[in-house]
Design a protein around this ligand. Structure first.
Ligand code: ATP
Length: 419
């Protein structure tokens, strides 16, 4: 984990938020490479979940909503975590994080005294307006509610019929008791979610639940995540969220243990009925649809894609990111930085490629060092323009994963890279 944290900071993936003022616990900033990786993940998700289907439409709801939404959804009352404090050192923990509590008890050697668990609401309050008393509202604790309150709007303004889904990506905020493990548990984070509406029928709901479980796991595997490090974990009845009838997490075997980064939830009619929303089918029959939700964390998947891609081999560090996710698709190197003719040809190749895909330029140090620097950030191809290029109009393309080199003619370079 230390290696990932250091690489993320050093190469511009993830920085501590407001670092020059000492940071702020639970907030992170994405650097030039981090924003590319995160955007690529979101784009791939949208491509699969919206463009790739005929039964899903998109939405982008506001972060702040009328507080009545959160009362109706049960969040002001039940969106809580149990908090305990160690009486010896006053550190606070989530009472349901048994492994971490056990570790802490070991640290003190003799079992420390704990305070009684207190429930702690995770919603972040904000105050709106200029005159007192200001209007109290909340930053959304999950992006989901924006979908439910717009259910009627979407149905009446689009040709959608149950069963269908609404997809959304956006920020959510939680006043977490113990943020940590880099971005894994943050107070501001992004979610990518699908709310899939089905008729109120246990069999159909179960079928849909099983279908989305597999789809979501396969999506991560399809983008290169190691299947061996993924598993499902069903929630026990007593750990389920207040809205859930069934819940299974997709977990990744992180350096800090198996950890959830997406949840598949059977929310039944909880939300729509709390918001008093119904649906009429073609026959005029009115009912409250049930919801199967796939709720993924953008930051947690970004972190796990990074961890999963990290390799050390033959004295080099390589991020074997799927090429669709890699921040840069290629790097362009003129062999020497002080030969105007080489630079001119290399610049032309660079600007032509840049119109088609994210590419990076590097003319510093020897070629070996430049390869290492690109391997470490996962750039799939390095293109070297050398003296021979001036004669045969071909370049050397070196592959990140195999380190093999190939001569490719300049006029075929784009197609070669796209392939
Ligand atoms: P946890 O048990 O780890 O607190 P959760 O079960 O409360 O998570 P959900 O409410 O199911 O999480 O949220 C769906 C997804 O949103 C999670 O799988 C995760 O990827 C992401 N997520 C939730 N809380 C956080 C957080 N504090 N920081 C980063 N991502 C988060």
């Amino acid at each position: 984990m230390e290696k990932i944290v250091s690489l993320a900071k050093r190469r511009g993936f993830i920085y501590p938020g407001s670092e020059i003022y000492g940071g702020l616990t639970g907030f992170w900033d994405y650097g030039p490479l981090g924003v590319e990786l995160k955007n690529n993940i979101k784009r791939e998700w949208w491509r699969t979940m919206v463009y790739g289907r005929e039964d899903v439409v998109g939405l982008d709801a506001a972060i702040i909503m009328n507080p009545k939404v959160w009362e109706a959804s049960g969040h002001t009352e039940a969106f809580t975590d149990p908090l305990v404090e160690c009486k010896t050192c006053h550190k606070r923990f989530r009472a349901d994080r048994h492994e971490i509590i056990a570790k802490h008890e070991k640290k003190h050697k003799k079992a420390p005294q704990w305070t009684e668990p207190r429930t702690f609401n995770l919603l972040t309050e904000v105050y709106l307006g200029t005159t007192e008393p200001k209007q109290k509202a909340y930053l959304r604790g999950e992006i989901t509610q924006g979908v439910f309150v717009n259910f009627g709007n979407v149905v009446s303004s689009n040709r959608v019929k149950v069963p269908f889904g609404i997809a959304q990506i956006g920020k959510a905020f939680r006043n977490e008791i113990t943020p940590g493990n880099l971005t894994f548990r943050s107070r501001e984070f992004e979610q990518m979610e699908l709310e899939y509406f089905v008729a109120p029928d246990e069999k159909e709901a179960q079928k849909t639940f099983d279908y989305w479980k597999e789809e979501r796991l396969n999506w991560y595997v399809g983008l290169g995540m190691n299947k061996e490090k993924l598993r499902f974990r069903a929630h026990a009845k007593n750990e389920m969220a207040h809205y859930a009838r069934a819940a299974e997490d997709i977990e990744y075997k992180a350096p800090f243990g198996w950890s959830e980064f997406e949840g598949i939830h059977h929310r039944g009619d909880w939300d729509l009925s709390r918001h008093k929303i119904t649906y009429k089918d073609d026959s005029g029959k009115e009912f409250t649809p049930w919801v199967i939700e796939t709720s993924g964390g953008v930051d947690r998947s970004t972190l796990f894609f990074l961890i999963d891609a990290y390799c050390e081999e033959d004295g080099r560090v390589v991020l074997k990111l799927n090429k669709k996710l890699a921040p840069f698709k290629a790097a362009v190197f003129p062999l020497l930085a002080n030969k105007p003719k080489l630079l001119e040809v290399a610049k032309k190749i660079f600007t032509d490629l840049k119109k088609e895909m994210p590419v990076v330029w590097d003319d510093r140090g020897n070629i070996g060092k430049r390869y290492f620097a690109q391997d470490e950030i996962g750039t799939p191809a390095c293109i070297t323009i050398d003296f021979q290029t001036l004669e045969d109009d071909a370049v050397t393309v070196r592959d990140r994963d195999t380190a093999k080199q190939e001569r490719v003619s300049v006029d075929k370079l784009q197609d070669y890279l796209k392939e």
